[in-house]
Write a protein that binds this ligand. Structure first.
Ligand code: FMN
Length: 182
């Protein structure tokens, strides 16, 4: 099947996750196009679409918001899924998870889109890439969430096995919906 992965990233971690997903879908026998939301085409020429974005200051990234707003009609008509990348779900504190869930629900309601599958993926702290101000802000957020404040290195919280399980389930859904259409 032809699958389009549309992603939006600020510090590169969502792209890393999207590339990992691309590899799994290829192993499952799909033909995959992995494209930044800034330049992604309409999904109509594909059999399924998987969209992902990180959250910054309580908001999904602009390019993915614009993409979904523009193409939601087509997205709803095909097998679809969404993944969120953020730090709230990296936390052991329930508040972080609740906030991430609220942000996603608000986003889906605003766009009148209920993805067939959604995964909250714990992201990364890229302290070595942040400028002074970002480092300061993220250190405060990390402290609040009970995450590492060691700014001498980056910290990755993504559970790659869980991502793999999600993508394999998506692949099954895509394959079985095409079998159902025959
Ligand atoms: C300036 C800034 C603001 C952020 N705001 C939030 C936030 O409001 N909620 C959250 O859960 N994570 C927040 N994060 C964490 C990012 O979602 C996380 O670092 C993610 O891995 C970034 O993915 P990306 O590299 O694909 O952009 C923020 C990160 C930065 C740098």
């Amino acid at each position: 099947m032809k699958i389009l992965i549309v992603y939006s990233t600020v510090e590169g971690h969502t792209r890393k996750i999207a590339r990992f997903m691309e590899g799994i879908l290829q192993e499952e026998g799909h033909q995959v196009a992995l494209i930044d939301a800034k330049t992604a085409p309409a999904p109509g020429a594909y059999d399924a679409v998987l969209i992902g974005s990180s959250i910054h200051i309580g908001q999904y990234n602009n390019p993915v918001r614009k993409y979904i707003k523009k193409h939601v009609g087509a997205i709803r008509q095909m097998p679809n899924a969404f993944f969120t990348v953020c730090l709230g779900t990296a936390s052991d504190l329930v508040e972080g998870h609740e906030e991430a869930a609220r942000t996603a629900e608000k986003f889906f309601t605003e766009n009148r889109w209920d993805p067939q599958m959604h995964m909250q993926v714990p992201g990364a702290l890229k302290y070595t890439q942040y400028g002074f101000l970002k480092k300061f802000v993220l250190k405060r957020i990390a402290k609040k969430e009970g995450l590492s404040t060691d700014t001498t290195r980056d910290h990755e919280f993504t559970d790659w096995n869980a991502v793999s399980g999600f993508v394999k389930a998506f692949s099954e859904m895509v394959t079985s919906s095409s079998a159902g259409a025959l």
